[in-house]
Design a binder for this molecule. Structure first.
Ligand SMILES: NC(=O)c1ccc[n+]([C@@H]2O[C@H](COP(=O)([O-])OP(=O)(O)OC[C@H]3O[C@@H](n4cnc5c(N)ncnc54)[C@H](OP(=O)(O)O)[C@@H]3O)[C@@H](O)[C@H]2O)c1
Length: 275
């Protein structure tokens, strides 16, 4: 049986579907199972990763697990996983661990990776770059006037579709040969913020306007619900993406046999959220 944490999230939801399609027995956890909206055939149990007893119950009988370090709850999970005799854990980490400008964004995930490596469990690390799903935050502005307000119009990333992260997660949970490997994952192309706005507009059949915010404006908005050290790391990291193309990783294609989804494809699948 495979345990999926973060099963109601952008990535975990697809991981659940792919494992079910592969005929696996899947257990998913959520703090609100009644609102999880997961498919029939998956065992959904109520668990909060900050609660040792919930983790113990969730891991009972699990032989592999997809680990999303929700709210920093990695150590409790690892303790329970070692006790339960878990055979393999796939950690959702971040590409930021490879970037020295990433500050706390990278060091937090590096700490999670080290904890997993030190646990003695068999592991695989997935290090995705920016999720395409992050652009769902543009939906209110797109709906109300066709305006995207964002910083760093010329910052380039190679954003990845959450379906592709999940596809790699499924392969590393289902197939042998991935223990001790760390995979850097990106989408198929380097795109600036301005280019993503243009593609989104084409897919929606609308003219969208990008209103570039200054880093100071963004800081002021974000600081209301995000620690200052995280906000500053994000701004420093994105400033470093201006004026250079982002590296594109071949790993999605190598591991899944399919090219990663394009941004236009992601936008088409998610168009309803912007209408
Ligand atoms: N966004 C990016 O560009 C990016 C890039 C690289 C890496 N990452 C990493 O990806 C991860 C986010 O993945 P995502 O977008 O798929 O997640 P998400 O959509 O933000 O969903 C969060 C998930 O965590 C679960 N959760 C939160 N707190 C929990 C708790 N205390 N106990 C149990 N479950 C809890 C939620 O489940 P319930 O609400 O159902 O309990 C939900 O399934 C983060 O670790 C982030 O650092 C993100």
């Amino acid at each position: 049986m495979i345990l999926v944490t973060g099963a109601t999230g952008n990535v975990g939801r697809h991981v659940v579907n792919l494992l079910l399609q592969a005929g696996e027995q899947v257990r998913a956890i959520s703090r609100n199972p009644e609102r999880a909206g997961l498919p029939d055939g998956v065992e959904v149990i109520r668990a909060d990763m900050s609660q040792a007893e919930d983790l113990r119950a969730a891991l009972q009988g699990a032989d592999r697990a997809f680990l999303l370090p929700a709210a920093g709850q990695v150590h409790g999970f690892l303790d329970a996983a070692v006790k339960a005799g878990l055979g393999h854990v796939v950690l959702l980490s971040a590409l930021a661990v490879t970037m020295k400008q990433a500050g706390v964004l990278g060091s937090v995930h590096a700490d999670y990776e080290q904890a997993v490596a030190r646990s003695g469990l068999s592991w695989t690390f997935l290090r995705p770059g920016a999720f395409m799903a992050n652009d769902l935050r543009w939906a209110p502005g797109v709906k109300n006037g066709g305006v995207v307000r964002a910083p760093f119009a010329e910052a380039a990333t190679a954003p990845i579709d959450e379906r592709d992260i999940a596809a790699v997660a499924a392969r590393t949970l289902l197939d042998d040969g991935h223990a001790g490997k760390a995979y850097e994952l990106t989408g198929p192309a380097s795109l600036t913020t301005a280019e993503r706005v243009r593609i989104l507009g084409q897919v929606l059949g609308r003219d969208l306007r990008l209103e570039e915010l200054s880093p100071e404006q963004v800081r002021e908005q974000m600081i209301t619900d995000t620690p200052a050290v995280v906000v500053d790391s994000m701004l420093t990291l994105f400033a470093s993406f201006v004026g250079r193309a982002a590296e594109v990783s071949p790993v999605v294609r190598e591991l899944t046999g399919s090219a990663p989804h394009s941004y236009a494809d992601w936008a088409a699948v998610n168009a309803a959220a912007f209408r």
